[in-house]
Design a protein around this ligand. Sequence first.
Ligand code: GLN
Length: 273
Amino acid sequence: MIINSEKAISQMKALGIPEADIRDLFRFRYNIDYDQTKTGRLFMMPERCSNDIEVLASGYPPAYLIGFVDFFHLKINVTPKVLIPRPETEELMGIIQNRQGRTLINSALDLCCGSGCIGLALKKMFPQATVYASDISPYAMQMTQKNADENKLEVYIALSDYLDYFVYKGLKFDLIVSNPPYIKNGEILDSSLGFEPQEALFAGDDGLDSYRKIFASLTQVLNEHGVCYLEIEAANADMTIDLAHQTLAGYNVELIKDLSNKDRFLRLTKKYL
Ligand code: GLN
């Protein structure tokens, strides 16, 4: 069915789609300047628009229809096989820039890279560093490569089950950053999360499986003066911190809150630092 722009906009707004997303859908998916619709101009929408509205009504994330998100001023392409970068993760990039901006980072790793957004932001922040991005999903590796190429940033991309590849290769890093899966199996999710790759979200019955894996080998891949930042599930922060204390003797575990005051990130360093 062909509908006009006025109808499309009112239907999208009724679904609660943020205006910035509607603007991007118009511009990048329908080739229509959204701002012109505000002057009272009417456009006929392309045919796929009414189908898109149905899809959006089921909770499908607009970012997958737009095809990319802005992350740390990088254009990060996304498809339903990679997680959509979140504002909290972008916030973590700002925190790292503030906290590590004056330290010498020669090597950095984005563990569980998905779209590659973290690794590419790290390469942008620390251009002199050798940056690796790894994932267990070959598709995520392809996506990271595409995003690296389009942003003209050079990162090394590795297939790795958590830190296994790096332990095996004997590689060590000054900085390790990860937003691993951290949702408890069986947790009821917002409908939009149902469209994202489930293996990027779920981490066992207590949501801690990914941290168990990371903590088990972290000391082998983090340089003496290295620092590791992890995104965590706010509701599970105490358990994640306990696990870090139990398995990483000799490490400081600092909890950092996000802008909504949620317990969102851990910063791990050797104690004497
Ligand atoms: N932050 C994601 C959410 O919206 C979860 C991502 C993850 O599991 N790392 O819940």
